[in-house]
Design a protein. Structure first.
Length: 322
């Protein structure tokens, strides 16, 4: 039986997809959780079952403004993560990544807290190295429509390592690859949620370009396990560390699996490829294996089955209320 030291933990973006799962995991381990979210993309529905928990506290707050609280650890997850959401207000997206990082790092410095940064595989851009290793510097368009997110996250990483070097702050920087599972936003435009919704409605499944671009999908439970292991690792393990599933497949292969799982009558419909859309995405997780003893355990089939069940329930609730 594991014995956990009770900590007070701040989770920014705690009502979002990953944040809500992280809050629940931390509560299950016996910690106090302070959840921060401005509901730009997060949802109260994701944390509704946590609100009555005696060790859960929620504050509606935008991290582009300073926050003054007392905690032991900080997980900085706040930022729109899907292209539809982060391109909706690109200036605010950059502010959230950069100003938000400055505010959270300033808080961590003041209270001497360990701080985790949810970075992204998008720091690699449209990679010229495959699979992507942490020492690869990336291939990013700094003025493109995705730059608000890509460059915002890259700048945040810079800030984290400068605070680490200049102020000896204990940091953990994780580069998160495509993750999926329950609590994903219904209309976030991400490929897994979009395909499942379209398949369940028997609508044409939107394939951008030829559909031969590749992605690697990690189930949310595996990702949260990586977060917690990273935060609990020795202080000298700062990252950046890739977190994702190294099993690569094409977008068309994903669509075919979802059609088969849902028994859908959907057909594939091709659209123009979005600008700067990466053609390849696959993590090298050697560092995660070495330093965290971590690799994904949930197969794509099992993860998709759980995610389909979640969206079936969401759609049935919407239909009942309409």
């Amino acid at each position: 039986m594991k014995i956990h030291t009770k900590k007070r933990v701040l989770v920014t973006g705690g009502a979002g997809f990953l944040g809500s799962h992280l809050c629940e995991r931390l509560l299950n381990e016996g910690h106090e959780v302070l959840c921060i979210d401005n509901f730009f993309t997060g949802s109260k529905d994701n944390i509704i079952k946590l609100l009555d928990h005696p060790y859960f506290e929620f504050i509606r707050h935008d991290i582009t403004f300073p926050l003054y609280v007392e905690v032991d650890e900080i997980y900085n997850l706040a930022c729109p993560a899907s292209p539809i959401h982060y391109q909706n207000d690109p200036v605010q997206t950059t502010k959230t990544s950069v100003h938000g990082a400055i505010n959270m790092l300033g808080l961590a410095k003041r209270i001497k807290a360990k701080i985790f940064q949810a970075s992204t595989s998008e720091v690699y851009g449209d990679p010229q190295v495959h699979p992507q290793r942490e020492e690869y510097w990336g291939h990013v368009n700094p003025t493109g429509i995705r730059a608000c997110y890509d460059e915002g996250k890259r700048c945040a990483e810079t800030l984290f390592f400068d605070y680490h070097r200049q102020h000896q702050l204990c940091i953990k920087v994780a580069r998160i690859f495509n993750t999926y599972g329950p609590n994903m936003h219904l209309n976030d435009g991400r490929v897994v949620s979009s395909f499942i919704i379209q398949a369940l409605k028997n609508e044409p499944i939107s394939i951008y370009g030829e559909g031969l671009q590749t992605r690697s999908f990690c189930y949310v439970d595996d990702m949260i396990e990586a977060f917690v292991r990273f935060m609990n690792s020795p202080n000298e393990v700062t990252g950046p560390i890739n977190m994702g599933n190294p099993c690569e497949l094409t977008i068309i292969e994903l669509a075919q699996q979802i059609i088969e799982l849902t028994g859908s009558h959907s057909v594939l419909k091709h659209h123009a490829l979005p600008k700067d859309d990466p053609m390849q995405r696959q993590p090298d997780i050697s560092l995660a294996k070495e330093h965290l003893g971590w690799e994904p355990q949930v197969s794509l089939k099992v993860g998709l089955e759980k995610t389909v069940a979640y969206f079936e329930n969401v759609l049935s609730t919407i239909n009942l209320n309409s």
